[in-house]
Design a binder for this molecule. Structure first.
Ligand code: NAI
Ligand code: MG
Length: 369
């Protein structure tokens, strides 16, 4: 019996409230479904700063490194706005991403039928939408050197950011996209700007060669990233997996996510390289939303983004596809029945709090298993 080590970092604000609802699901899986999940828990963000004076302690970092998967809530809040830059809450998140080498950020945009009318697009454009944006997370213009602001001495300053991509970085993110596509509708659309950027030229070339060599069975399209943005809001259902760089991915994933309704619904995963021996990837799963200080402690946060992040964990870290499908179906069924937290409340629906929403999803999950 292999123990599956989960390291929980609930963080600040609504992070712990949302994480509690995942904990209930894990307990059920261990008790009733033969799950072998072993959970440990640490502090990150403002709560770690209050306890240790850092955004994450070395001890907790070591536990995150040793875990099969990390579940992360959210960090930050106004009470930590004035703490030194190096230990600000976000530093904990950045440290985790860097040390775990989480270079692939997966952002699904799924439109639950019950919420199609809440989208900013016409319901028929988004109903049944299920796309996955794979964003390169550790390279590109956010990290490239030089990165400077220089005084030119004539009343002018010059700011420089540098977009850098090496072959191996493009290869590994492309491989993730192709592999994921094979478990979905088997189609990848790569987005870059090879018309004006050298990094786009290389991106296109490396990805195309990898496709030919190892993933020729996957349908591959290329789009210029600006045109891709247009297509995302014109006809989003044409896409299955979109793979793109750090900067374009930041914007395109935010655009795509809003096609589907509330921030409280959106999960994400960040994956690292496969371990040489086990093939297991380091991974962290987290909701897209932040710590929501305006509603923290009130018991009204929507736990769905956190629960859906755990579903991604089951799918991508543990290959529990049937369980992941069932958990996502449980979310959809509960929404179909009109059970809603405040952020997704609609006429004729029943408004519930965080715990009731978690209980409803767990009950539905049980009935599906
Ligand atoms: P936010 O995502 O925390 O909240 C934005 C709005 O959406 C708020 O009105 C909030 O109440 C609502 N909201 C978010 N999640 C919700 C949920 N699950 N259920 C119901 N309503 C929800 O973003 P904001 O306000 O810009 O940032 C608040 C704090 O969170 C800041 O300190 C920020 O730095 C931090 N943050 C942390 C992130 C992370 O840990 N990954 C990501 C984004 C922000
Ligand atoms: Mg963003």
């Amino acid at each position: 019996m292999t123990v599956r080590k989960l390291f929980l970092l609930p963080g600040d604000g609504i992070g712990p409230e949302a994480m509690n609802e995942v904990r209930k699901i894990i307990s059920y899986m261990n008790a009733e479904l033969g799950g072998t999940y072993e959970t440990d828990e640490g502090l990150v963000g403002g709560s770690a700063y209050d306890a240790h004076g850092v955004a994450i302690s070395e001890e907790d970092m070591a536990k995150a490194m040793a875990a099969d998967a990390v579940l992360f809530g959210a960090v930050g809040g106004p009470q930590w706005d004035a703490v030194p830059y190096d230990v600000r809450p976000e530093a904990g998140l950045l440290r985790l991403r860097k040390d775990l080498e989480l270079f692939a950020n997966l952002r699904p945009a799924i439109c639950y039928p019950a919420l199609a009318s809440a989208s900013s697009l016409k319901p028929e454009l988004v109903e049944g939408l299920d796309i996955l944006i794979v964003r390169e997370l550790t390279g590109g213009v956010y990290f490239g050197e030089p990165k400077t602001i220089t005084d030119l001495g004539n009343g002018q300053k010059r700011a420089i950011d540098t977009q850098v991509y090496d072959t191996y970085e493009i290869e590994r993110i492309s491989a993730v996209a192709f592999e994921l596509a094979r478990t979905r509708k088997n189609a990848v659309c790569s987005m870059e700007k090879r018309n004006v950027m050298k990094s786009g030229v290389l991106w296109n070339q490396v990805l195309t060669e990898l496709h030919k060599a190892k993933f020729a069975d996957v349908k591959l399209d290329h789009m210029l990233a600006d045109a891709g943005g247009m297509q995302l809001v014109r006809a989003p259902k044409q896409f299955d997996v979109i793979v793109t760089d750090n900067l374009f991915g930041d914007m395109l994933s935010d655009v795509a996510s809003m096609l589907t309704g509330s921030l409280g619904m959106l999960p994400s995963a960040s994956l690292g390289a496969p371990d040489g021996k086990t093939g297991q990837r380091k991974a962290m799963y987290e909701p897209v939303h932040g710590s929501a200080p305006d509603i923290a402690g009130k018991g009204i946060a929507n736990p769905i983004a956190m629960i859906a992040s755990f579903a991604m964990c089951l799918r991508y870290s543990f290959g529990e596809v049937a369980q992941a499908d069932a958990l996502e179906k449980a979310i959809a069924n509960v929404l179909d029945r009109g059970i809603r937290t405040g952020d997704i409340m609609a006429e004729g629906c029943k408004q519930v709090g965080t715990v009731e929403m978690g209980d409803a999803i767990l009950a539905e999950f049980k009935s599906l298993m």
